[in-house]
Design a protein around this ligand. Structure first.
Ligand code: AHG
Ligand code: MN
Ligand code: MN
Length: 328
């Protein structure tokens, strides 16, 4: 479709050709994100900066904007008749929507909370599943592998507000036009270059990493004189959405690996509404996404707020890190 096509038109046409696509729900999510973008832009002017003084089920302090974004998504998407229920980083339990709905929506309403107060890019991540059972909605309905997603995406609130999504037919990008309040198509069928010279990891955790991650980063840092025979650049925005957006735009590798700080935790990021939706986008763009040894999209879902180790991005780099984890 031509550049500048609105997201609503784009998705409506797609939905008319393929009724399996959650067209109205994707449009509802986009509309909710327009409202979140407005709040994000107002910041202190709307009195929404700072801690809400509460904690979520992850034991993390909630920011005012975490709660506001969560409420906007619940309200805007709850009206969608195709939606059976929702689950969110900010809610311990599932949130039923419509009895006759056949889709499930999972989201991280505001990713990169530590960046809200300092005016650095943040985002919303979403994953859509099909409700497989016919009975009353339970948490079990949500526990599906990443491979079963019917759509996923994110909206990054940065210098531009940009929506990126996939339904398994490529990855497409739209930017919010403030004049018309519409997301307009800027790029279709995004692909990630298989090679890169850029990696993203929180280096302050280096002493806690496992050997394969240490080996990979050491070799990147050794530059032209080391095993990789090239210099690498490092970026860490501390918003997964912004780091993944950079990788979709110019390649790279992103890691939030398991580390020794709390060995019982498989990682920091959450499988259902962070790792799975991002893995779907990355794979659709020709990249790869693993937890170290295994493909993230095939991991069994055991809990709504399950954590996972994440290595994703340019295919050849992710393959190399996977090899190091597999002991070669
Ligand atoms: P959230 O704000 O939704 O809790 O997620 C933040 C995540 C992720 O976006 C980012 O990559 C990572 O936490 C940053 O972690 P560090 O502060 O440990 O670098
Ligand atoms: Mn997050
Ligand atoms: Mn969040």
């Amino acid at each position: 479709m031509s550049q500048g096509t609105t997201f609503t038109k784009y998705i409506t046409e797609l939905g008319s050709k393929n009724p399996q696509i959650p067209a109205s729900l994707l449009i509802s999510v986009a509309n909710a994100c327009k409202l979140i973008a407005k709040q994000v832009e107002q910041g202190a002017l709307a009195g929404i900066i700072g801690s809400a003084g509460s904690g979520n089920v992850q034991g993390e302090t909630q920011q005012k904007l975490d709660i506001i974004s969560n409420d906007i998504l619940l309200e805007a998407c709850g009206l969608d008749q195709t939606l059976a229920g929702m689950a969110s980083e900010e809610m311990e339990n599932i949130f039923p929507a419509n009895k006759n709905g056949n889709f499930l929506l999972l989201f991280d309403p505001l990713d990169g909370s530590s960046n809200i107060d300092v005016n650095v890019s943040i985002g919303t991540i979403f994953s859509i599943l099909k409700k497989q059972s016919t009975g009353e909605l339970t948490e079990k309905d949500f526990l599906q592998a990443g491979c079963d997603q019917v759509a996923s995406g994110y909206v990054v609130y940065g210098p531009q507000t940009t929506l990126v999504y996939t339904t398994g037919q490529g990855v497409h990008m739209f930017t919010l036009d403030h004049e018309t309040n519409e997301f307009l198509l800027i790029k279709e069928n995004i692909t990630i270059s298989p090679d890169t010279k850029e990696f993203a990891i929180n280096m302050s955790n280096m002493r806690h990493w496992d050997q394969p991650v240490k080996r990979y980063v050491d070799e990147c840092l050794a530059g032209t004189e080391g095993a990789r025979k090239k210099d690498f650049n490092m970026r860490w925005i501390a918003s997964m959405v912004a780091d993944v957006h950079r990788i979709l735009c110019r390649g790279g590798v992103f890691m939030y690996p398991w580390d020794k700080r709390d060995p019982s935790k498989p990682g920091k990021l959450r499988l259902m509404y962070e790792a799975n939706p991002m893995s779907f986008l990355i794979e659709q763009a020709g990249g790869a996404s693993v937890n170290g040894k295994d493909r993230i999209m095939t991991l069994p879902a055991e809990k709504l707020h399950q954590r996972v180790s994440v290595v994703l991005g340019s295919k050849n780099e992710v393959d190399l890190i996977q090899k190091y984890h597999q002991g070669s």
